[in-house]
Design a binder for this molecule. Structure first.
Ligand SMILES: Cc1cc2nc3c(=O)[nH]c(=O)nc-3n(C[C@H](O)[C@H](O)[C@H](O)COP(=O)(O)OP(=O)(O)OC[C@H]3O[C@@H](n4cnc5c(N)ncnc54)[C@H](O)[C@@H]3O)c2cc1C
Length: 396
């Protein structure tokens, strides 16, 4: 007899663990398979922001921004030691593409979407305070806007959610690599799943298989028989570097030479700068920071903080992969910056779903995504004794 689970989840990034938590909270039996380690993929290589995503306003993704702000408010309550409000500063110079009036409109809309809570208020920093801003270049500075968003430790948050799921009975196998699955062909048949745990091949069955493999989603789908349909995606690399010396006032949201947004953030006593965007082809495990990304981030730092210079020693660097809808699937070449950041949930079969795949998404909205996964699968999963509601589950 093989072990049976209501849900088997591939991947212990923020989405896999979030779905495990939501499932366990409903009393479902759930097992997570992780090939490397908790948060070893994109969930430890993000910008570590729990934020509404101010720049998504420009591409009209208002509902995404509203949801992100609502989730931010929930996480600030559930995990105050892991999610912390910070001041964000946006400096405006004569060559900054977003003019003060535009920032004013954007920040007003942001505050409105955030329900006008104290954490979404913004202001203009008086010029008398500019010299306090961590060495920010004040020459030709026109204005500085201050608003608030939150910062987290992405890997620690992911571990805390997994631990919450485990406390409610979820199981985690690591290192455990998903090898393949045979899907049940009729509505009443389970899927058979094969995986290698600590070098030993094992088999289990599940009512539903959740593919939360992040940048590996397509690899995982190709190992399922019959192979479910796939969405067109692109992997987009984003690099961060850490340089010595901390900043004390908050997080700086600056515009790089190509007009992209770059964050300069305090991080564990040093300064974290990111990120970049370049389309990535190849095995997700092979993603590495590129010399040109390092140079670009150092130039951006030196542009806004001249005393730092562009020859700073780089203490550490990391590259992560975003999963975005391919520009072809959005009907032509769409810049990475303006492509949808919505999380897409894809079922192999609306009639008798056996596999649900999570594409893309944000660290910020992991809890909501997990609840949506549960809602999509509710009618196929058994009803069990509910243990908790994720809106009220403290994380530590
Ligand atoms: C550069 C960058 C910056 C970002 N910044 C932010 C931000 O500031 N705020 C925000 O809200 N979001 C941000 N995001 C988005 C967010 O980080 C991701 O959406 C999120 O971490 C994705 O989590 P995931 O669980 O889907 O994937 P991952 O974290 O990649 O997890 C997938 C897991 O699946 C495992 N896996 C893969 N294949 C197998 C297999 N065959 N068997 C077993 N396990 C397997 C992998 O080892 C991995 O641990 C950023 C993303 C990037 C790339």
């Amino acid at each position: 007899m093989v072990e049976h689970y209501d849900l088997v989840i591939i991947g212990s990034g923020i989405h896999g663990v979030g779905i495990a938590q939501a499932a366990a909270a409903r009393g479902l039996s759930v097992m997570v398979l992780e090939q490397t380690g908790i948060a070893s993929g994109s969930s430890s290589r993000s910008s570590k922001l729990i934020h509404g995503g101010l720049r998504y306003l420009e591409s009209g993704q208002l509902s995404l921004v509203r949801e992100c702000l609502q989730e931010r408010a929930i996480l600030l309550k559930l995990a105050p030691q892991l999610v912390e409000i910070k001041s964000f500063y946006i400096p405006v110079y004569p060559d900054t593409s977003r003019r003060p009036w535009r920032l004013h409109v954007g920040l007003s809309l942001y505050a409105l979407l955030g329900g006008m809570q104290p954490e979404v208020r913004f202001s203009r920093v008086p010029s008398s305070r500019w010299q306090d801003l961590d060495g920010l270049d004040t020459e030709h500075l026109d204005a500085v806007f201050q608003y608030q968003d939150a910062q987290t430790d992405d890997a620690a948050l992911t571990r805390a959610v997994m631990s919450s799921a485990q406390q409610m009975g979820a199981q985690l196998r690591v290192p455990a690599t998903f090898i393949g699955a045979r899907m049940g062909q009729n509505g009443d048949r389970d899927s058979i799943i094969e995986y290698r745990h600590n070098g030993i091949d094992e088999t289990c069955s599940a009512t539903v298989l959740v593919n939360a493999a992040g940048p590996w989603v397509s690899q995982v789908l190709s190992r399922i028989h019959p192979t479910p349909t796939q969405l067109g995606i692109e992997l987009v690399q984003g690099t961060h570097i850490t340089v010595p010396g901390t900043i004390t006032q908050g997080i700086y949201y600056v515009e790089a030479e190509d007009k992209r947004a770059v964050f300069v953030m305090p991080w564990q006593g040093n300064t974290l700068i990111g990120t970049t965007e370049s389309v990535y082809h190849g095995d997700p495990a092979g993603v590495r920071p590129l010399p040109q990304e390092r140079a670009y981030l150092l130039r951006t730092l030196a542009r806004y903080f001249p005393s730092r210079g562009s020859d700073q020693k780089v203490l550490s660097e990391m590259a992560g992969l975003r999963v975005l809808p391919s520009s072809r699937s959005e009907g032509g070449a769409v810049s990475v910056n303006t492509r949808s950041r919505e999380t897409l949930l894809h079922l192999d079969n609306e009639g008798h779903p056996r596999v649900l795949t999570v594409y893309g998404g944000k660290l910020t909205t992991y809890r909501l995504t997990a609840e949506r996964v549960m809602a999509r699968l509710a009618w196929i999963l058994p009803v069990r004794q509910v243990i908790a509601d994720t809106r009220y589950l403290k994380l530590d």
